[in-house]
Design a protein around this ligand. Sequence first.
Ligand code: FAD
Length: 272
Amino acid sequence: MIPAPFTYRRASSVDEALDLAAQSDEDAKFLAGGHSLVPLMKLRLAAPSTLIDIGRIGDLSHISEADGHIAIGAMVTHDQIARSRVLAASVPLLADAAGRIGDPQVRHCGTIGGSLAHADPAADLPAVMLALDATLVVRGSSGDREVMASDFFLGLFETALAPGELLTVIRVPKPASAGWSFQKFSKRGIDWAIVGVAVQGNNVALVNMGSTPLRATATERVLASGSGPHEAAANAAEGTNPPTDLNAPRTYREHLARVLVRRALEEAGSRA
Ligand code: FAD
């Protein structure tokens, strides 16, 4: 329950955070809301030699509207996303999903950047980013690079971020199609999804159905052929590899995916 010793550094700008990372060992970690990293450190499942606190970098805490997309700083909290009028009007899927993460304490501390960089397949926002075709802006020693959400999640807790790279901004295109839905099945409100589904138009993404967030490609194919929610949802588990754990066996997750995808497509259809 007590973390291994580490050096604490606080950055006041993105450049300073990158400099501190460059001066530290490869295992240094950025500290955002701390709601995923600190529990792992207490369990000694993570033991970074240096923590670089990015919590005071004001530049990373904005939500702004630009041509055709919304730019969200990596340090924007789940609560700020849930309460954002801009997002409620333009990207309600994201605002709704963020408002259903954990409990108020988690939403006030947890950040979108932390959630995406942590890449927990049970987390909600990674799948939402897939459904929204978001672009992630990553800054390293050689400048900015853009990574599509579909290329960002590489494996269990593994992303396209190189050591020392900082996720700075998430660009979410304003959806062309209005229909959206977020479905989350969990035992209690505070829990992670046993299975979750994010739908935006004909994009369908799944939470906790594999080692990364996944697009339900078989469902999307059936939808594109003109079939309705019922037929499309029957294929929701195709190509997935859900875990068996204390919450549910694999077969139950496959069943849930079919049920939740159908509900999500029906709800999205009613909003289109
Ligand atoms: P941190 O814990 O600070 O960091 C997580 C990882 O990301 C670390 O490796 C860190 O180095 C890295 N990192 C952080 N920011 C950056 C950045 N800008 N660039 C590069 N690397 C970065 N999540 C859900 O999706 N759904 C839930 O229902 C849910 N329920 C929860 C319930 C509880 C009780 C708790 C404690 C957490 C829950 N979470 C849930 C997770 C929560 O959303 C976390 O806050 C989030 O996953 C991580 O965000 P953070 O800002 O706390 O990141």
